[in-house]
Design a protein around this ligand. Structure first.
Ligand SMILES: O=C(O)c1ccccc1NCC(=O)[C@H](O)[C@H](O)COP(=O)(O)O
Length: 212
């Protein structure tokens, strides 16, 4: 079963709709330069709306230790997502489970990159863009080598239509979406989130059928 993360939520109604649609994880962007940025305090308010078994994720881009600690104080059960230029040491310093984002482009050595973060719970594959991510831009999935040594989270420009093909081609552990389920930056669309989650279930069903 492909897990689903929906990222960049800023409103209560969107958090509730994402969980109702079937998201396994909800991301809050703690990066001030993002149009989806929320404060640590706001992330805490939103995370408290999550039902059991839905994981809050705190996304950081080159944050200071103090910023990360503030996020963890507000959302103590968070999974961390490092989406900038963080070193392995910086990712392990908080002593928390984390995802490491890889910025995919031709020539990027994903196997070497993943090997540098052996303690990451997964590598999140996003398109290489100015501004680090959340751009709605896809990358060429043929750049993903076979046998990546960590669980793969496929992201970058996914939407309810493209995620079916993405799962069939990449067979990721999880998928992650932001722009593809929005009506405006930081404003999620309940119908698009439902369609996205339904599409993931459809892709999983097709994969099961194909393997029997
Ligand atoms: O959302 C942002 O503004 C953002 C800013 C800086 C780094 C990462 C950011 N978002 C990442 C994500 O929302 C997801 O994890 C993801 O990679 C999907 O983005 P999208 O291509 O918009 O679906």
């Amino acid at each position: 079963m492909t897990r689903i993360k929906i990222c960049g939520l800023t409103r209560e109604a969107d958090v509730e709709a994402a969980a109702a649609a079937g998201a396994d994880a909800i991301g809050f962007v703690l990066y001030a330069s993002s149009s989806r940025a929320v404060s640590a305090e706001r992330a805490g308010q939103l995370a408290r709306l999550l039902p059991p078994f839905v994981t809050p994720v705190l996304l950081f881009v080159n944050a200071s230790e103090a910023e990360i600690q503030a996020g963890l104080q507000a959302v103590p059960n968070a999974l961390l997502q490092f989406h900038g230029d963080e070193t392995p040491t910086q990712c392990t310093a908080p002593g928390r489970p984390y995802l490491r984002a890889a910025r995919m482009s031709p020539g990027f050595d994903l196997l070497d990159f993943a090997a540098q973060y052996p303690s990451a719970q997964g590598v999140l594959l996003d398109a290489h863009v100015d501004g680090y991510g959340g751009s709605g831009k896809a990358f060429d999935w043929s750049l993903i080598p076979a046998n990546v040594p960590r669980p793969v989270v496929l992201s970058g420009g996914l939407n309810p239509a493209s995620v079916i093909d993405g799962i069939a081609r990449v067979r990721p552990w999880a998928v992650d979406v932001s722009s593809g389920v929005e009506s405006a930056k930081g404003v999620k669309d309940a119908e698009l989130m439902r369609r996205f989650c339904d599409a993931v279930r459809e892709a999983d069903a097709r994969a099961t059928l194909a393997s029997t």
